[in-house]
Design a protein around this ligand. Structure first.
Ligand code: GLV
Length: 310
C-alpha cells in the first residue's frame, strides 16, 4: 500500500517527513518515482499531471494540497469514482485571512496612494474613512470567506457576503445569494474579495457588466481563481477608472505569461498564487487524518461534491 506525493512548486520535505512518521504501514513515493502502479492507494496532489490518475487501478482517494480541486477535476481522464478530498487545514484559512486583511488595509488606509505620492515626494494626507463606513464584499462564503468576514468584522469593517446558496450569517454580516441578488451585493462592495472556487457556474461570473456594478472607485482582490473575474474586462474597467486598483493572486494562465499587460499596469499588484500557502506540517497532518478516516471506513472531510462543483 502506497501514498504517492506529487506536489508541484512545493517544498515537499516537511510533507514527506510527516507522512513517513505518521503512516508507517505505507510506502511513501515521490512522483515521478511511482513504482508499481497497482500499489498506489492515495495521491497527495498539487497539479499532478493529467492522465496519471487513471494509471492507478487501486486508488482510494486523491488528497488536494489546496482548497481548490480544479487542478484535479480538469483532468479529462480522471477516474469518475475516486473520492477527492479538499484541503481545509487551519493554516491555509489563516493565511487567506492574513492576505485579505493586508490588502484591505492597503486600500482602506490609502497605502496604495501613499506609495505613489512618495515616488513624487509629495506630503499629502488623505481623508480618513472609519472602517464602519467601508463596506467589504466577499464572494464565496464557505469556510474561507466566512473566516475572512469574521476577521474583517472584528477589525470594524462592514462586511457583505455573496454565495450560490442561502446561508445564515452572524456578527452583523449581510448576506446575498444567487444570481438574482448579485447586483445588490456588488453595489455595496467598495472592496471586492473573491474566494469562490472555480466551477462551471463560477467561470467568467464577473465580467465587465458586473465590475461596473461595483461602486465607482472600488478595489478588487482576487484570491479565488483567475477565470472567475474576466481579466481583459478587469483591465478595461481599470483603464476607465471605475475600479481604482486590483490585487491579483490567481490567473487564467499560471504562471502569468511575461507579455501579459496585467504585469505592467500601474494599478495592478501581482502575487504568484501565494495567498493560501499551507503549512507543510499541519496540512500534511490534515491529509493523514483523512487517510485514517478512510482506512477506518469513515467519510473524509471536506469531500469534493460533483453536483456542487467544489
Ligand atoms: C489554492 O489555490 C488552494 O486551492 O488552496
Amino acid at each position: 500500500m502506497a501514498l504517492l506525493v506529487s506536489l508541484i512548486d512545493t517544498d515537499i520535505q516537511p510533507w514527506v517527513e510527516v507522512f513517513e512518521s505518521e503512516l508507517s504501514n505505507m510506502d511513501i513515493r515521490i512522483y515521478p518515482d511511482v513504482g508499481d502502479v497497482s500499489e498506489i492507494e492515495y495521491v497527495a496532489a498539487w497539479q499532478h499531471p493529467f492522465g496519471e490518475y487513471k494509471k492507478y487501478p487501486n486508488l482510494k482517494a486523491i488528497l488536494s494540497l489546496g482548497a481548490g480541486v480544479d487542478h484535479i477535476i480538469k483532468d479529462p481522464a480522471l477516474p469518475k469514482d475516486v473520492p477527492i478530498v479538499r484541503m481545509a487545514d487551519d493554516s491555509l484559512i489563516r493565511d487567506m485571512c492574513l492576505y485579505a486583511s493586508h490588502w484591505v488595509l492597503h486600500f482602506h488606509s490609502d497605502y496604495y496612494r501613499y506609495t505613489k505620492l512618495q515616488a513624487k515626494k509629495l506630503w499629502l494626507p488623505q481623508d480618513f474613512v472609519a472602517p464602519k463606513n467601508r463596506s467589504i464584499g466577499i464572494m464565496g462564503f464557505g469556510n474561507i470567506g466566512k473566516s475572512i468576514g469574521d476577521l474583517l468584522t472584528t477589525q470594524g469593517f462592514k462586511v457583505v457576503g455573496w454565495g450560490a446558496s442561502e446561508k445564515h450569517t452572524t456578527g452583523g454580516i449581510e448576506y446575498f445569494y444567487g444570481k438574482d441578488q448579485m447586483s445588490a451585493f456588488l453595489n455595496k462592495a467598495e472592496i471586492l474579495i473573491n474566494v469562490l472556487p472555480l466551477t462551471d457556474a463560477t467561470r467568467s461570473l464577473v465580467m465587465e457588466r458586473e465590475l461596473r456594478q461595483l461602486p465607482k472607485g472600488a478595489f478588487v482582490i482576487n484570491m479565488g481563481r483567475g477565470s472567475i473575474i474576466n481579466e481583459s474586462d478587469l483591465l478595461s474597467v481599470l483603464n476607465s477608472s471605475h475600479i481604482s486598483a486590483a490585487v491579483l493572486d490567481v490567473f487564467d494562465v499560471e504562471p502569468l505569461p511575461v507579455d501579459d499587460p496585467l504585469w505592467s499596469h500601474p494599478n495592478v499588484t501581482i502575487t504568484p498564487h501565494i495567498a493560501g500557502q499551507s503549512d507543510g506540517n499541519t496540512a500534511a497532518m490534515f491529509m493523514v487524518e483523512n487517510i485514517r478516516r478512510i482506512e477506518n471506513g469513515e467519510p473524509p472531510f471536506p469531500l469534493y461534491d460533483v453536483t456542487r462543483g467544489y
